[in-house]
Design a protein. Sequence first.
Length: 248
Amino acid sequence: MFTVKQLSKIAGVTPRTLHHYDGIGLLKPTRVGDNGYRYYGEESLLRLQQILFYRELDMPLDEIRKIMGRRDFDALSALETHKESLIRQMEKTKRLLITVGNTINHLKGKKIMSEKELFKGFSDEEQEQYAQEAEQLYDPETVRESNRKWKAYSAAKKEAIMAEGKAVYVDMIAVMPKGANSSEAQAVVERWHKHMQYFWTPNLDQLRELAKGYNDDARFKANFDKLHPKLAGFILEAVAAYVEAKKK
């Protein structure tokens, strides 16, 4: 049996957290002593482990309580599901670690990365999800036309387009010290604007929203962070200045 203090050290949670879980009926102690102390046995430890697994998935406590409170809840099946999820996450993390390492070498001049390598770590399923989300943000037909346009390019043309895009972002990093409003940065934004037209022709407001998405969407920002941790924010600032200047 473990006391609250002992269990908090083992599990890496605060005693207040354990008291809260008890208070909301999520994790009851195995028994309560005559002195009022809570004592937790193996069953409670396994239940706490399960709770913490769900918390790692950012699941609200109320939802965890509902799931674990069901009569058909099976701890073993839940653990197997968690294991599969962790394996998928681990494999993705491995891919991203390799990509980050290659990017570091690329920026140090030790390795020249292809555009495909630069954005490695995102699955076809994720790319399809991005397209579906884009259809919700923009005109669906515009998004589908963009996809058709891209698929119509030859392999050599696609490679050339991606290489051009890579050069734009590398050059954007180079002008960052000069500031987003500098003529150098604005010239790179102009190139980026023209580059986008290989895919679609966004108006100025859409162009700014696209840059905002690069910075606000964690998935896209993670890709830009591989190149430079401040690149996504710099692009947003530079594009905003570009749009304002064009509207005057």
